[in-house]
Design a protein around this ligand. Structure first.
Ligand code: NDP
Length: 455
């Protein structure tokens, strides 16, 4: 890149799903040096909804399909390769009352001439009694993340919902559970025909039509679901060890509530067919403004439109400060590499990060340092998000602590012994004692502080 970035950003993209990364890619190639705020825990995880899906089979260009998290890794790398700058944190507040616009993020105020909102939508919950009690003790919002955990193996499981997500998750869970019950509140599936057919043809899945979840039962872990009919009267009880929610999404428009026009369901209102919101220089892309199509490809397309619209708007108002490139062709994109499993031959007593139970045993018994043990599974999108943050913490601590990664798919017995119920789970050991455990994506600072407290 040539000249330094302007004090006022040309364009800030908020959100890191297909819409956000595509918008950033187009803006970067237009030499606008966009800043992309990925989000971290607010409204889902960086990378968006594809981070919690398995095979994406309908994104053009991948004839054999591609894993959702891998597709997002690729989009991110492509946007970064062309000069997108990232802030990996949640945008905390957005002030659109006057131009240039102001964004509070990661302890700083970013000022921008134009903004693309690509904050997506978050998974809904049922909000019924007992949900909090059994959350992560049988109830999960992500079959793809948690399906491989030992508690669900060879157990009867249930999915609630009738859309593509519910069908995809029901089929996915047949890999692990002995039988899957799909609880559908109407007498038909909303899912696409191909997806619905897969469910209906699968002998390992029973569809319960016109049923809703009415309540839960179990001791420490979910053991049963009470079902209700469409009038709300109690019906059968299902003995299941897992219930996975797939009941749609709510748009992430908290940042702009009261500032931009929203529809009755909270989606951003855009001018028919364009990415323009109700404020000049503020554009929308992806699911945050789309209650209807909600596909990775439509989100990506709307990200492209939003970037082109922003570029035109910036040049029309003579606001763009473009950067010049030193090299016409940027360096090749970098993609995250999988962790290799250490064996007796290649185990390193000093490595900051290595994989497998051999390394875990050795370091647990021999290392005098704090040890971070991270349980992951190959299709777990939140693991893709959290692992680089953990590695960054270990790098920042310059070898004062070490990390081991355990793949649940390869070594389920290790996870079962450790009482792991989902991925990512991170356990912090010191002197063979478990000091702390985290479930799901956490702030990097929290992990760092916990390790520093032991040093
Ligand atoms: P949808 O909004 O399409 O479906 C939500 C489902 O949950 C509906 O069947 C709805 O029932 C049901 N539901 C909602 N609230 C409740 C409740 N309180 N109790 C019981 N059931 C409830 O969401 P999805 O996440 O499935 O899909 C979102 C978008 O992503 C879609 O466009 C879909 O096509 C796409 N997608 C594509 C995939 C693929 O192609 N591989 C995979 C996953 C998603 P009802 O039908 O009665 O309203």
């Amino acid at each position: 890149m040539g000249s330094a970035a302007a004090a006022v950003e040309n364009l800030v993209v908020i959100g890191s799903g297909p819409a956000g990364y595509t918008a950033a890619l187009y803006a970067a190639r237009a030499n606008l040096s966009p800043l992309l705020i990925t989000g971290y825990q607010d409204g889902g995880i960086p990378g968006g909804q594809l981070m919690t899906t398995t095979h994406v089979e309908n994104f053009p260009g991948f004839p054999d399909g591609i894993l959702g998290p891998e597709l997002m890794d690729r989009m991110k790398s492509q946007a970064v390769r062309w000069g997108t700058r990232l802030i990996e944190a949640d945008a905390e507040a957005l002030d659109l009352s006057q131009r240039p616009y102001k964004i509070q993020v990661d302890g700083q105020t970013v000022v921008a001439h134009s903004v693309i909102l690509a904050t997506g939508a978050s998974a809904n919950r049922l909000h019924i009694d007992g949900e909090d009690t059994y959350w992560s003790r049988g109830i999960s919002a992500c079959a793809i993340c948690d399906g491989a955990t030992p508690q669900f193996r060879k157990a009867e499981l249930a999915v609630v919902g009738g859309g593509d997500s519910a069908c995809e998750e029901a089929v996915y869970l047949t890999k692990y559970g002995s039988h899957v019950h799909l609880i559908v509140r109407k007498d038909s599936l909303r899912a696409s025909r191909a997806m619905a057919d897969r469910v209906l043809a699968n002998p390992q899945i029973t569809v319960h039509w016109n049923r809703q979840v009415g309540g839960f039962g179990g001791d420490q872990w979910l053991e049963q679901l009470q079902l209700q009919d469409s009038e709300g009267s109690a019906c059968e009880t299902l003995a299941v060890k897992g219930l996975f929610y797939a009941i749609g999404h709510t748009p992430n428009t908290r940042l702009v509530k009261g500032q931009l026009e929203l529809d009755a369901k909270g989606y951003l209102v855009i001018e028919g067919g364009s990415p323009n919101t109700s404020k000049e220089g503020v554009f929308a892309a992806g699911d945050v403004a789309d209650a209807q199509w909600r596909q990775a490809i439509t989100a990506a397309a709307s990200g492209c439109q939003a970037a082109l619209a922003a570029e035109r708007w910036l040049s029309h108002h003579d606001l763009a400060v473009t950067v010049s490139r030193e090299e016409v062709e940027p360096k090749a994109a970098e993609l995250p590499q999988p962790t290799t499993t250490a064996t007796e031959a290649d185990f390193s007593a000093d490595a900051l990060w290595q994989g497998g139970s051999y390394a875990l045993r050795r370091l647990y018994h021999e290392s005098p340092k704090p040890l971070l043990v991270t349980y992951t599974s190959p299709s777990c999108g939140p693991c893709h998000v959290f692992k680089p943050q953990l590695k960054r913490v270990l790098n920042e601590l310059e070898g004062a602590a070490q990390g081991v990664e355990i793949n649940l798919e390869d070594e389920p017995e290790i996870a079962a012994q450790a009482g792991v119920t989902g991925t990512p789970t991170v356990q912090l050991f010191y002197g063979k004692e478990l000091k702390k455990q985290w479930r799901g994506v956490q702030q990097r600072s929290e992990v760092k502080q916990a390790i520093e407290a032991l040093l």
